[in-house]
Design a protein around this ligand. Sequence first.
Ligand code: GN1
Ligand code: MG
Length: 361
Amino acid sequence: MELSEIYRAFMLDGECTACTVLKNGNINKTYKVDFIKDGEEHSYIIQKINTYVFKTPEHIMANIDGVTEHLYNKLPKERKERGVLHYLKAQDGKNYYVDKEGGFWRGYGFVPNSVTFDSFADPKLFESAGSAFGEFQLLLSDYNASTLYEIIPGFHDTKKRYKAFFEKVEEDPAGRVKECREEIEFLREVRASGELLVNLLESGELPVRVTHNDTKGNNILFDKDTEETLAIIDLDTVMPGLVAYDFGDAIRFGANFSDEDEPDISKTGLDLIRFEAFTKGFVGQIKNTATKKELETLSDGAIVMTIELAVRFLHDYLDGDKYFKLNYPEHNIVRTRCQIALAKDMIKKKSLMDEIIKKYV
Ligand code: GN1
Ligand code: MG
């Protein structure tokens, strides 16, 4: 597929001066394209949606339409322009384009002078990230969740994920179970911890909220110069969920001493300094609207999301790597081992996490 067809579809005119592939997402294919028209530069983000993962991409775009409009209306005037993404319209007025081969595309204006971060060595920066994700939840707290499509049913339903995982272990389609016995055993041992939040949700002890569900730190846009947070991006999985999912996934990604796919797991572990920074920002935003139980289970969120991702990475490895993009053939098993190392360290540090959370409640 030629990108020029996509440019035409979204009526981007002028001369294309550069096209870069962005590598920080594990699912969709993302390009930044620069155009020059009448001497002025305009940049856009163009994405090809992974339809193996997202079976109903037009529903994503309907959700995004509603959510971005809601956010836009609630943001103060000075934040409206760079505070939400402005999606491109194709010739038929839709916010997506389906190419001749059935590929699903969308695009939005690149937010001027913005940047994303893959790691958060500076705790101050991570505190801002916490505040931005906390605020995102608050801004959506009055959003009518029943109008949202459930894009990936049971996305964080760890009971469902565990069940599917053990079925895959039985089936062993790629013949890889024999190399992963230790990892499978660990995940079996921590199953009750991994399923904790779903149980509390089912028993009505935790309320459902509208959540982002994919709160990796690189899903936040920062201003390149001032490093203030601008917008939350990657709204593909905005769905009903638990506060602890958003808190937990952000910690899993950003408070790890290492990257989420570090092959040398002696580098991996929970950095309590970064944990505290994020907690300060996040809890500061939600403490008046969250229930006691929600605040008490934030640390469980970190453990659950890390176990969940270990289960998901290993499931994909056993399945012959169909879901996540890979940089090299063993990528999914390397990711699994790293998430397991992180989960082990989080379990050890659970009471320390709880003490920190209490400080900010
Ligand atoms: C995927 O698209 P991206 O890279 O932001 C995945 C998340 C995982 C993450 C792990 C729809 O997120 O659930 O936590 O990879 N998104 C989907 O890096 O499965
Ligand atoms: Mg995503």
